[in-house]
Design a protein around this ligand. Structure first.
Ligand code: VG1
Ligand code: CO
Length: 554
């Protein structure tokens, strides 16, 4: 491992922590943990120790603005200076959405970037904080790198930090810290420019400005507020106030900045006209803490993220971003197979990767895919190497502008053509880790006995622990979730979350395909009821968790 020579500063002695293993998307812990003496410093130095080309390099730095963002930025700047980084490009106020940071890394051909975020996890003094490193393609560091960082955190004995005062984070311009240059930039500008090249802004503007078109974007008091206001309200001329909860607050106003039907309550109430005003907006969307997730809604209608991916794929020819056609689609393993059907019809490949955006990076870089998504409200393309909330919203607006139909009509026609993949995810949050591990271990031990078992008219054809072989670099990632596949295409998947900070979260993903158009109007939970029961029979969730209901259903 390479250690960059510090500038004339005495290194600070430190004790290693044993809990700095990055999860699905970087290191996430309670704020209190991150505030422990040297906790952040150890992790940052461990990243730096794994970067042989650090001296003289350019790094991008910013976060979602949550509590502890500003303090962390000052610490990281001083450490970067002491580790002889050449230049840091920083979002004003320490702000950068995750997709904006990804874009800046690519635009400036930076060595990489440090993003401070715990994404959809709650913020504030008692909430969560997080940090992750993105590599030079703009994407999350691959497992090989995060594993190396983890190894480093376990043996670190010292770190380097320049003994200098903080710099003003709110003033645009150029600064110097020791010999390191710092450029503070407008966090929205470059991203907004990128969006203009991806979509037909003129057509979207015409749509948005029709008298009978109303739009509502819920920024959930998180990072996308300023991005959405500039792009949707200032540039696309949506009525001021179309962006709700648009101020970025360090505690996200006390809410859980997770764009789903449970947490984006304000948007859901509007879209289902719960106040009985007589009409709901025609298009609704929400994003998460760091701006990489999206939820899409029509009036009185919710689009599942898996369907959203499939609809975008089927309509890609209408979107300038895909003017050269779709090369291939990527979806995470638990994401529904709706996109596979579109890929099949288009005659392009569909890749199934483990959960987490880092697994799409190689496929995007190699030009094998240019559209990808996850069931967890994540959609993106090769314009950056992260999922991108506002980008997905603009995809939908572009499709609506071209097709001149409602969101619901577009989705229903999609089902009519391709069939409907009924899909749900049940989360059991905050289970004692021991119980969650027992549940998974027992399931794993019983996998061999499941193949061939029949439940009603269905028979299990495959029961395994998903392992991914990356076709680009041949790396193998094991233990990526338990799959129970049935002969009719239905699936039950179990995995433990890798982003939580308290206890364990069990995710149960359930899907079945319905070709018959007469059966496309069922309630999702009812449509999947028998599979939900089979999942309980197979895994004894109630027995292990003591929970009779999931905490969140999406
Ligand atoms: C969750 C989602 C996963 C997503 C990850 C990061 O991970 O399920 O699809 O990539 O969050 O998204 P897990 O391990 O908790 O299931 V974000 O917006 O939190 O960066
Ligand atoms: Co996120």
């Amino acid at each position: 491992m390479h250690y960059s020579k510090p500038i004339k500063v005495q290194p600070v002695k430190t004790q290693a922590f044993n809990d700095q293993k990055p999860g699905t998307s970087g290191l996430r812990k309670k704020v209190a943990q991150f505030k422990k003496t040297d906790y952040l410093q150890n992790f940052v130095q461990s990243i730096f120790n794994c970067l042989p080309n650090l001296p003289g390099s350019t790094l991008i730095l910013g976060g979602d603005g949550r509590y502890y963002n500003r303090e962390s930025i000052q610490i990281i700047l001083r450490m970067a200076a002491a580790n002889r980084v050449g230049k840091v490009i920083l979002g004003q106020g320490g702000i950068l959405s995750t997709p904006a940071a990804s874009h800046l890394i690519r635009k400036h051909k930076a060595l990489g970037g440090i993003i401070l975020s715990a994404s959809h996890n709650p913020g504030g003094m008692n909430g969560d904080f997080g940090i992750k490193y993105n590599v030079s393609n703009g994407g999350p560091a691959p497992e090989e790198f995060t594993n190396a960082v983890y190894e480093e955190t376990k043996k670190i004995t010292e770190y380097h930090i320049a003994p200098i005062k903080g710099i003003p984070l709110d003033l645009l311009g150029h600064y110097t810290l020791e010999k390191m240059n710092i450029e503070i930039i407008n966090p929205v500008q470059d991203y907004a420019e990128l969006m203009k090249c991806q979509f037909n802004f003129d057509k979207i503007k015409m749509l948005i400005n029709q008298d009978n078109f109303e739009l509502c974007f819920d920024a959930m008091y998180a990072v996308t507020g300023p991005y959405a206001k500039q792009i949707l309200e200032d540039e696309l001329c949506a009525t001021p106030g179309s962006v709700i909860r648009g101020e970025s607050l360090p505690d996200f106003g006390g809410i859980h900045p997770d764009p789903n039907l449970v947490h984006a309550r304000r948007l859901v109430a509007k879209m289902f006209d719960e106040e009985e005003t007589g009409s709901a907006p025609n298009f609704g969307a929400a994003s998460d803490g760091d701006g990489d997730r999206n939820m899409i809604m029509g009036d009185y209608f919710f689009v599942t993220p898996s369907d959203s991916l499939a609809v975008i794929a089927a309509n890609a020819h209408l979107i300038p971003a895909f003017k050269n056609g779709l090369k291939g689609i990527g979806r995470s393993m638990p994401t529904s197979q709706a996109a596979d059907r579109v890929a099949e019809k288009l005659g392009i490949p569909c890749y199934e990767t483990p959960t987490g955006w880092k697994f799409f990076g190689n496929l995007l870089d190699a030009g094998r895919i240019n559209l990808c998504g996850e069931e967890s409200f994540g959609t993106g393309s090769d314009h950056v190497r992260e999922k991108d909330g506002l980008w997905a919203v603009l995809c939908w607006l572009n499709i609506l502008a071209e097709r001149k139909q409602s969101v619901e009509d577009i989705v229903r026609q999609h089902w009519a053509e391709y069939g409907r993949n009924y899909y749900t995810r049940h989360d059991y949050e905050n289970i004692p880790s021991e119980s969650a591990n027992k549940l998974i271990d027992t399931l794993l031990a019983n996998l061999n006995t499941l193949k061939g078992k029949s439940f009603g008219e269905r028979t299990i054809t495959i029961a395994d622990n998903f392992s991914y072989h990356d076709p680009v670099d041949d790396t193998v990632s094991k233990n990526q979730g338990i799959r129970i596949l049935f002969d009719d295409g239905a699936r039950i998947i179990f995995r433990l979350s890798g982003t939580g900070t308290e206890g364990a979260t069990l995710r149960l993903y359930i899907e079945r395909y319905e070709k018959d158009i007469q059966q496309h109007d069922l309630d999702t939970q009812e449509a999947l009821y028998d599979l939900i029961e089979i999942a309980e029979l197979i895994a004894n969730i109630i027995g292990y968790t003591g929970m009779h209901e999931p905490t969140v259903i999406t």
